[in-house]
Design a protein around this ligand. Structure first.
Ligand SMILES: C[S@@+](CC[C@H](N)C(=O)[O-])C[C@H]1O[C@@H](n2cnc3c(N)ncnc32)[C@H](O)[C@@H]1O
Length: 244
């Protein structure tokens, strides 16, 4: 049976890490060097393999778990209109369409292929067909810094691993404020990222989401990432609801 394919995140980074790991590893065996150097090089190669492996594991199965965490944070009625901001292959919007059988799910993206392999509207539609929700989903090309929707268009806005793609704090503030703008009063927001989530919570407060909060998610791999990245990597879920 065909399975939905939500793409590999940062494919060029994964390939570069694998190539570099192989180069380092071949150096260990091909060139004579003191044993201490060889051990260091082996460690470096192992780290690169582990990093590429964890990114592939996240892309292939980990992101389905993150999708559940995001969607479980919403109390679904079943008739919501949902926006997946930076939808990529449709991970969240397809999951949302399943939870809102009487609703509609919209995805918006600039379809950057460096961020996600196979990125584009055809991938979303193909995945929606495989998951049996194609009649309830729609995609549009657009920038999350200036969402192409009227104010108060959606009951739910969700987003996964998009905030870190936006380069500076002023632009990230625009992304979060746009999410709030298109949310209906009483609507709910839920997003996940591994950096800038504290900044998102502060921005949500500034734009009137009084119950904005974040919580750490992810298992052992996420903790290892946090330790290796000296605390700069912390996978967090950010949630909040717009005053009704
Ligand atoms: C790491 S991928 C995540 C995709 C999807 N949310 C998922 O979890 O599989 C980041 C996505 O954000 C999109 N993106 C980056 N900057 C964007 C922008 N300014 N406006 C809309 N989409 C953007 C990329 O094209 C890519 O699809």
């Amino acid at each position: 049976m065909k399975r939905a394919d939500y793409g590999v995140d940062s494919p060029a980074v994964v390939v570069s890490e694998l190539v570099l790991a192989l180069l380092v590893l071949s150096g260990v065996f091909l060139f004579p060097r003191p044993i201490g150097w060889r051990l260091l090089e082996l460690l470096a190669a192992a780290g690169l393999f582990a990093s590429a492996g964890s990114m592939l594991h996240y892309s292939r199965s980990g992101k389905l778990g993150v999708r559940d965490i995001i969607l479980d944070s919403i109390a679904w009625r079943g008739d919501e209109t949902v926006l997946d901001a930076g939808c990529g292959g449709g991970l969240l919007l397809i999951g949302a369409a399943k939870r809102a059988p009487r609703g509609r799910a919209m995805g918006v993206d600039v379809w950057n292929r460096g961020a996600l392999s196979g990125n584009g509207p055809p991938a979303v539609i193909e995945n929606a067909v495989v998951e049996g929700v194609v009649s309830r989903v729609e995609v549009r090309s657009g920038d999350v810094r200036k969402l192409p929707f009227d104010d108060a268009s959606f009951d739910v806005v969700v987003s996964n691993f998009v905030i870190h793609e936006v380069n500076n704090a002023a632009e990230r503030e625009r992304v979060v404020s746009e999410m709030v703008r298109v949310l209906k009063p009483g609507g709910r927001i839920a997003l996940v990222d591994f950096i800038f989530t504290g900044e998102c919570v502060a921005t949500l407060y500034r734009y009137g989401i009084g119950d904005a909060r974040r919580k750490r998610i992810g298992g052992l791999a996420s903790w290892i990432g946090t330790i290796l990245m000296l605390g700069t990597f912390q996978m967090c879920l950010v949630t909040g609801s717009k005053n009704g």
